[in-house]
Design a protein around this ligand. Structure first.
Ligand code: GRF
Length: 191
């Protein structure tokens, strides 16, 4: 069985979607949900699916407690699904090409520090972009700079608000994130 370990900081709609996608999969399982935010809505969602959760603070992330917990699980893939803290180098270096992130825009545009959630969609709206999209990429030591795995574009010419853009992007995330994870873990799968 291939194991996915999810990291999330917020509402966890992607986490829930990924959990549901792999629920009846015989080859891939969600082994845990880790969060830096004890109040994150993602935690009750994971618990409702009987997925083990772990909440940590900055010290625990920096000083090896989180790494220890990761090593106990021995994941095949670490998936950042709305995780807002930077992964420490010690963790990134120990899992080369095994940590992926989803970004709600077409990187390299609209990436980097502070570019998360509605900030991204607001910037896209203000720049009057005709299209936006999602980028799924490997995680390296810099924010949003690892090698791209998958991108999908969407036309936003009709969108008047950042909320409308966010809804279009979220639909893309929900459609493509689980499939991309599945492809990485079971490369012979055809879609
Ligand atoms: C998503 O837009 C994802 O691209 C970003 O954080 C958001 C998480 O949303 N990195 P949710 O918590 O999965 O609803």
């Amino acid at each position: 069985m291939k194991k996915i370990l999810l990291f999330a900081s917020g509402s966890g709609s992607n986490v829930e979607n990924i959990i549901n996608h792999f629920k009846h999969n015989d080859f891939v399982t969600v082994a845990g949900v880790f969060s830096n935010n004890p109040n994150a809505a993602v935690l009750p969602k994971a618990k409702a699916h009987q997925i083990p959760t772990f909440v940590f603070n900055r010290t625990e992330l920096q000083e090896g407690i989180v790494l220890q917990r990761i090593n106990e699980i021995q994941p095949d893939l670490i998936v950042l699904a709305g995780f807002l803290w930077k992964m420490p180098e010690t963790i990134v270096q120990q899992f080369p090409n095994k940590i992926i992130n989803i970004h709600p825009a077409l990187l390299p545009k609209y990436g980097g520090k502070g570019m998360y959630g509605m900030n991204v969609h607001q910037a896209v709206l203000e720049n009057k972009e005709q299209e936006t999209g999602i980028t799924i990429h490997y995680v390296n030591e810099q924010y949003d700079e690892g090698e791209f795995i998958f991108q999908q574009r969407v036309n936003i010419q009709e969108c008047q608000t950042s909320e409308e853009i966010a809804a279009k992007v979220q639909a893309l995330e929900h459609e493509h994130f689980p499939k991309t994870i599945e492809k990485l873990l079971t490369p012979d799968t055809s879609f």
